[in-house]
Design a binder for this molecule. Sequence first.
Ligand SMILES: *[C@@H]1O[C@H](CO)[C@@H](O)[C@H](O)[C@H]1NC(C)=O
Ligand SMILES: *[C@@H]1O[C@H](CO)[C@@H](O)[C@H](O)[C@H]1NC(C)=O
Ligand SMILES: *[C@@H]1O[C@H](CO)[C@@H](O)[C@H](O)[C@H]1NC(C)=O
Ligand SMILES: *[C@@H]1O[C@H](CO)[C@@H](O)[C@H](O)[C@H]1NC(C)=O
Ligand SMILES: *[C@@H]1O[C@H](CO)[C@@H](O)[C@H](O)[C@H]1NC(C)=O
Ligand SMILES: *[C@@H]1O[C@H](CO)[C@@H](O)[C@H](O)[C@H]1NC(C)=O
Ligand SMILES: *[C@@H]1O[C@H](CO)[C@@H](O)[C@H](O)[C@H]1NC(C)=O
Length: 414
Amino acid sequence: MSKQASADSRMIQSFFQLVLISLLVIGSARWILDELKSNKSRIFNLYGFKQKPAVFVTKDDQLNESCNVFEGQWVWDNVSYPLYTEESCPYLVKQTTCQRNGRPDSSYQNWRWQPSECDLPRFDALKLLDVLRDKRLMFIGDSVQRSTFESMICMVQSVIPDNKKSFHRRSPMKIFKAEEYNVSIEYYWAPFIVESISDHATNHTVHKRLVNLDAIEKHSKSWEGVDVLVFESYVWWMHQPKINATCGDTSKVQEYNVTTAYKMALETWAKWLEKKINPVKQRVFFTSMSPTHLWSWEWNPGSDGTCYNELYPIDKPSYWGTGSNQDIMKIVGDVVNRVGDKVTLLNITQLSEYRKDGHTTVYGERRGKLLTKEQRADPKNYGDCIHWCLPGVPDTWNEILYAYLLRSHRNNNF
Ligand SMILES: *[C@@H]1O[C@H](CO)[C@@H](O)[C@H](O)[C@H]1NC(C)=O
Ligand SMILES: *[C@@H]1O[C@H](CO)[C@@H](O)[C@H](O)[C@H]1NC(C)=O
Ligand SMILES: *[C@@H]1O[C@H](CO)[C@@H](O)[C@H](O)[C@H]1NC(C)=O
Ligand SMILES: *[C@@H]1O[C@H](CO)[C@@H](O)[C@H](O)[C@H]1NC(C)=O
Ligand SMILES: *[C@@H]1O[C@H](CO)[C@@H](O)[C@H](O)[C@H]1NC(C)=O
Ligand SMILES: *[C@@H]1O[C@H](CO)[C@@H](O)[C@H](O)[C@H]1NC(C)=O
Ligand SMILES: *[C@@H]1O[C@H](CO)[C@@H](O)[C@H](O)[C@H]1NC(C)=O
């Protein structure tokens, strides 16, 4: 080919490219306009300078603003649930893998939460990763919250190839990363949210408790600037009606009523939040207490068991056991309301109250070890009616969190 001919052919090529690009631009601009006009779906992130694939939040993803998603019932759905399996998720710890630990029934994995007035959006890991692109999501709290974190990374991880995800511990944290999205999903151990003698992630006393009700800085410096924060703290407070704590002078230990102490701690947290959280850039959630099911007489009068061998959810509307303290709920409500728009309450207590079947019972751990055969035969003393099997109930809490994040994304381009 002569020089001239090759220059011509290059010109023709670039001409075609130009035409093609124009067609694409016109086509997509028109399509976007149509989409916006029809208002059937919305398109996000089109105006960013970084090249970001758009998140397509469809009509089915939109939570009805007036719908209370925490009111509803559990419906049998062994087609869509579980959202993952014990085998498919490498990040589950022994404490929650009930099947592997010998639990003979698995129907606790097959219930879907159905709000009365609307549907929850179907969980889509790719959408969540897109919403969280270049962001950090952090779960803060106790071992129940650690399960929520594990549930979340199990729900997300299957769509990410092995060499594009990582998991590591940096005590008191655990961190999961999805490289291509630059998303970080993290867990921070702080069983009382405020400082305490139980703050070491693994080496902490269980029976001796001492809480510094007005001290949070040691933890909170790790929370600053995190895009989405999800807090939870409950069972560690409920050991006894009173709890040893300090306020101000750390050498002056005093016994406080648990409700008084809880309120003071939450106020310390609220003060931090009001000072440090930028509601334009950050989202904060507080998860209400995860219920316990220690005594079967509460849902089955006359019986004398625990949550062991419970195979079905409770179907009594508005069932509420003694494991969920109403005074604590009221304190949570008061503090969260006072803080206002900066924090959203995930009121998962009622929906979880129904799930007496979802706990690990004797198919979990005690002090870091699986139960022995003898301990398993004694569910009354060794059954765990606090923690949940995974897959299981915490997956639903995360589906609700997902729904809120999509909504936030839609309304505020968060
Ligand atoms: C939202 O829920 C309310 C109350 O249930 C209902 O009246 C309304 O039609 C719903 N809106 C949409 C868009 O579904
Ligand atoms: C799902 O549940 C239905 C109703 O209980 C049952 O007939 C069916 O066998 C179940 N399917 C699977 C795959 O477990
Ligand atoms: C990745 O995300 C972090 C926040 O989690 C952000 O600070 C950083 O700029 C992001 N990196 C890139 C390359 O966008
Ligand atoms: C655990 O903590 C206690 C008290 O702080 C300390 O004496 C002990 O050496 C620690 N154990 C381990 C294994 O780190
Ligand atoms: C508070 O600490 C004292 C001294 O260690 C102990 O005797 C008491 O039982 C503790 N109170 C509670 C409620 O744990
Ligand atoms: C602590 O609890 C007891 C018993 O519930 C109650 O009588 C007392 O008034 C409470 N004290 C404070 C300071 O709230
Ligand atoms: C959470 O939901 C329960 C059950 O509907 C309700 O009794 C409670 O008041 C709610 N809590 C708050 C703080 O709104």
